[in-house]
Write a protein that binds this ligand. Sequence first.
Ligand code: SAH
Length: 492
Amino acid sequence: MVYLVGAGPWDPGLLTLRGHEVLGRADVVLHDYLVNPALLAFARPDALIEGTGHRPGRLPQDAINARLVAWGQAGKVVVRLKGGDPFVFGRGGEEAEALAAAGVPFEVVPGVTAAIAGAAFAGIPVTDRRYGATLGLCAGHRQAGAEDDPVDWAALAGLSTAVIYMGASQLRAAAAALVAAGRAAATPVALVQWASRPDQRTVVSTLAEAADAAETAGLGAPLTIIVGEVVRLRERLGWFERKPLFGLKIVVTRAQGQQGPLASQLAELGAEILPLPSIDFVPAAPDPAVLGQLGGFDLVIFTSANGVDFFLDALWAAGRDPRAFGSARIACIGPATARRLAERGLRADVIPARYVAEGLLEVLLAEGVAGRRVLIPRARVAREILPETLRTAGADVVVLPVYDTVEPPADAATLARIRQGEADLVTLTASSTVTHFRARFSDAEWAHVCAHTRAACIGPVTAATARAAGLDVAVEAGVYTIPGLVEALARR
Ligand code: SAH
């Protein structure tokens, strides 16, 4: 079975549910270069994934057809993943014909084609009754009027809206052909490059000036060219490029499994995410003697959600559960840690109003801690202010290292982009991420990074570490949480 699936223009959210479903079942995926690689993550981990490549190395169409037929005949579930819609300037018809001729069953899963997506993401309705009622799509990669040009420019010039695919290199000839056929030279034109990507660029011009405008702006393929009065609506309807973080490239340094909430909220606000997990956590095999003696504590303080997890996991592995610390009170520094405690069936008795160690100390010192036995399960390396201050105030404090923070390997391509100064901002959510992020660069590289990339920090402690490392802190959260950081970024 072969599914000819439209992947949409780029944004993974524009893949259809049906496309997502068959992608998840495929034995083999054959994709075009215009397909967002992020979509391939929806395929099974054991699926065979191949690309057709890009000119000049692109697999010839005959070879693509032959592969689809061979896999289909071998009984594989095949997804042929094509940019936009498979049947709009995508040679999907030729592939389907080859399959039909070979008796291989196939199904077509339509996709959002570039004309529709490009216009929508530029804030242009491809049709609007106030501006007319006809829409034409054409392929503009042959020189207009040349012998092999299949486009009827005169017919196209008579439509309210014309959208040109593959027209970046022949824009001048195409625009001239439309004007020669009677379309007004002042007709508005929108050029949309890489529609729906965080680096989408849109230039508005006229038929007379579009080719020059594209050159001046340095626009190239893939470019969707929209010609018609509807382009005027963009001024009021352009929504995508007005998102608060549109055009910004932001590094997210959170751990691999914890990128999600921050990365997705920033992407939602229009940012392009450069994922560079700069911290990872490994269990630290806590002292069995301490784990066996949890009964005597008055207070257990958790400083992070990871501390909760590693401590409770170690307790469980030692054959025990939270009853081991009996009626000890539980304190934590911030709401994310309290939430993790709640997820594991425990209630935090104390959460300070200010989500830093100093905030918790204020509360505890006001209550008085003299003579109290306090357990702090946490990372081996952490700020010592909490245990030290409590000890000074007369508490008997046991620090139990339950995990270590380590520096995970970095994705070379992402690291190279950051090294070249491409990132506008780096989000830093703990002092340890600052240290680990810094350690990825030589001194010379670091100076370059600091000149181009500014820091967005979760709170004052992280910000101080970032400044000490040489970063310019552009954003500091008012509330020291991930949502607080996102809000500060959105308002900046
Ligand atoms: N089957 C695809 C079109 C393939 S032809 C579809 O339905 O969209 C390739 C052309 O599509 C490009 O030259 C460009 O004109 C357009 N295109 C595809 N993806 C695009 C994108 N993300 N932004 C702008 N144009 C795009």
